[in-house]
Write a protein that binds this ligand. Structure first.
Ligand SMILES: NCCCC[C@H](NC(=O)[C@@H](N)CC(=O)O)C(=O)O
Length: 471
C-alpha cells in the first residue's frame, strides 16, 4: 500500500511551515525592537541627554532580571504551563516593556510627576533613561523567554522532520530583523524628527508579533487535540516536576553545551558592538559609515548561510563537527583581526574575514540549538533551554564590560590615542589587539569543549552526529 495517511496537523508541510512563519515573526519583530536605539546613540544624547555611560546602563538593563534568575523561573513556567501560555506571556511582556520604553522616550513623558520624581535621585541617569531601562528590562525578560519558547515549539512541531532547517530559518529571519532596523531606525528618526518615532514603530510591530503568536496557539491547540494531550504539558506524557531541574544541573553534557554556548556567543555578540569601530581603526581613513557597511555583511551573511547548514544537519548530521569548525573559524578570524589587519590595512582581508566570521556564526547556532533536544529529556526541554540562556546571559552581561575596560587599559599609553584625545578628535584610533586576543581565547575554550562534546557523544551515543531526518 503506497498511500500515506496524514495524521496530524504538523504532518502537513504547509501547516508546519505556516506555524514556523507565525512564531518567527514574533522573534523578527522582537529582535528589531532590541536594536532600535543602537544606531541612534548620538541622537539620544542630543535629544534626551543620555551620556555614553547612561546608554551602556540602558543596554545592560535588557539582561539584568534574566541574569538575576528570571530565566530559571521562565524555564519552569515553560515546562509547567507549555508553549502556548508561555509564548503569550512572553509576547505580552515584550509588548508591555516596549510600550513603557516608548512612553519614556516620547514627548509626553517630560514634565510629568513621574519624570520629576525619577529625576530627583541618581541624577546622572536622566528620568527618561531610568524608565526606558525599566521597560527594556521587562522587554528583555519577555524576549529571552520567547526565544526559548520558540525553540521548544519548533522542537515539538518539527520532531523527526526538518527541525534544524526550521530553527536555522527562525534565527535567519531574526537576524534580517536586526539588519533591517539598523537601516530603518535612523531614517525614521530623521524623517519624523524624533527618536520616539522608530521606537513607537517597533512597539507596534511587537504587538503584531503578539497577534501572530496568538494565531499559532490555535494551530498548536489542534495539534495537541490530535496528540491526545490535555494542553498543559504538550510534549510529554510524564508531568514536569521542579525536582527534575536537578537532573539537568547534574548532567555533564548539559554543562558542556551551556559553557560552549556562553564562550562562543561571548566572542560574537559583544564583538558586534565594537566590530565597526575596530575596522575603522585598522583601515586607515575609512568613515564610520563605510566601516558599518563592511561589518553589516557579518549578520546578513550568517542569516543567508544558517538555513542551508540547518538543512545539511537535518539530512547528513555532523552537528558536533560543525560546532568544532565554527570555533576554529572564530579563533582564526579574531587572530586575523588582531595581528594581520593592523599590519596590512587590507580591505580584501577585512571583507574576507568578515565573511568567514559570518560562516562561523552560521555553523555554531545552526548546530547548537537543534542539538539540545537530542541530549535533554523532552519534559525538561524548556528548562534546559532557559538554563543555557541564563548561563549565556551572564556572559553577555559582563563580557562587554570586560572588553571595554581592557580596551581602555591597553590603550592608556598609546601615543596615537593620547594625541587624538588631546586634539579633541571625534575619531580615536584604538589598538584592538588585546580585546581581540581575549575573544580568540574564548574561541579556544569553546573549541576544547566542542572536541570534548564530540568525544562524549561518540561514547554515549547521543546522536549529535546523526541526521534529524532518518531515511
Ligand atoms: N530560538 C532562538 C535560539 C537562540 C538564538 C540565539 N539567541 C540567543 O542566544 C539569545 N539569548 C541572544 C540574546 O540574548 O540576545 C541567536 O543565535 O541569536
Amino acid at each position: 500500500m503506497t498511500e500515506t495517511i496524514q495524521k496530524r496537523i504538523n504532518d502537513s508541510k504547509a501547516m508546519r511551515w505556516t506555524a514556523l512563519i507565525l512564531i518567527a515573526l514574533m522573534m523578527f519583530f522582537g529582535y528589531m525592537f532590541v536594536d532600535v536605539m543602537s544606531p541612534l546613540q548620538s541622537l539620544v544624547e542630543q535629544e534626551r541627554g543620555w551620556s555614553p555611560s547612561v546608554f551602556g546602563t540602558y543596554a545592560a538593563s535588557e539582561y539584568l532580571l534574566n541574569v538575576f534568575g528570571f530565566l530559571i523561573i521562565a524555564g519552569v513556567i515553560l515546562d509547567k504551563c507549555g508553549i502556548r501560555f508561555t509564548g503569550e506571556l512572553s509576547a505580552s511582556m515584550m509588548f508591555i516593556g516596549a510600550a513603557i520604553k516608548f512612553y519614556a522616550v516620547s514627548d509626553w513623558f517630560p514634565g510629568t510627576g513621574l519624570a520629576t520624581w525619577l529625576d530627583s535621585w541618581w541624577i546622572t541617569m536622566p528620568a527618561s533613561a531610568k524608565l526606558a531601562s525599566f521597560g527594556f528590562m521587562i522587554f528583555g525578560c519577555g524576549c529571552e523567554m520567547a526565544g526559548t519558547t520558540v525553540s521548544k515549539a519548533i522542537a515539538k512541531w518539527f520532531k523527526g522532520k526538518e527541525m534544524a532547517l526550521a530553527m536555522g530559518l527562525e534565527m535567519a529571519i531574526a537576524r534580517v530583523g536586526v539588519f533591517a532596523i539598523f537601516s530603518i531606525s535612523p531614517i525614521l528618526a530623521e524623517k519624523m524628527g524624533s527618536i520616539a518615532a522608530p521606537v513607537g514603530f517597533c512597539t507596534a510591530l511587537v504587538f503584531i508579533g503578539l497577534i501572530t503568536y496568538t494565531v499559532f496557539t490555535f494551530m498548536d491547540r489542534k495539534l495537541d487535540a490530535q496528540l491526545g494531550a490535555d494542553g498543559s504539558n504538550e510534549t510529554s506524557d510524564e508531568e514536569f516536576k521542579v525536582a527534575d531541574l536537578k537532573n539537568i544541573l547534574t548532567s555533564q553534557i548539559f554543562w558542556v553545551v551551556a559553557l560552549l554556548c556562553v564562550l562562543y556567543y561571548s566572542a560574537i555578540f559583544p564583538f558586534q558592538r565594537y566590530g565597526a569601530n575596530m575596522l575603522q581603526c585598522n583601515l586607515d581613513g575609512i568613515s564610520p559609515a563605510a566601516a558599518s557597511n563592511i561589518f553589516r555583511w557579518f549578520p546578513i551573511g550568517a542569516a543567508v548561510i544558517t538555513p542551508f547548514l540547518g538543512s545539511f544537519l537535518d539530512h547528513k548530521g555532523k552537528g558536533a563537527t560543525m560546532l568544532m569548525w565554527g570555533a576554529i573559524l572564530l579563533i582564526a578570524c579574531h587572530l586575523i583581526f588582531a595581528f594581520v589587519l593592523p599590519a596590512t590595512h587590507s580591505h580584501v582581508i577585512a571583507y574576507s574575514t568578515i565573511v568567514l566570521l559570518g560562516i562561523s556564526f552560521a555553523l555554531v547556532p545552526a548546530a547548537l540549538w537543534p542539538s539540545v533536544p537530542k541530549i535533554i529529556d523532552e519534559k525538561v526541554l524548556g528548562s534546559a533551554y532557559c538554563l543555557i540562556f541564563w548561563v549565556q546571559n551572564i556572559g553577555l552581561c559582563f563580557v562587554p564590560m570586560l572588553i571595554g575596560s581592557v580596551l581602555a587599559s591597553s590603550n592608556a599609553n598609546n601615543p596615537a590615542v593620547i594625541a587624538a584625545k588631546e586634539a579633541g578628535d571625534e575619531f580615536i584610533p584604538y589598538n584592538y589587539t588585546m580585546p581581540l586576543v581575549i575573544f580568540a581565547c574564548f574561541g579556544v575554550a569553546a573549541l576544547i569543549l566542542a572536541i570534548y562534546l564530540k568525544a562524549i557523544d561518540r561514547k554515549n551515543h547521543f546522536g549529535l552526529e546523526e541526521p534529524n531526518i532518518k531515511a
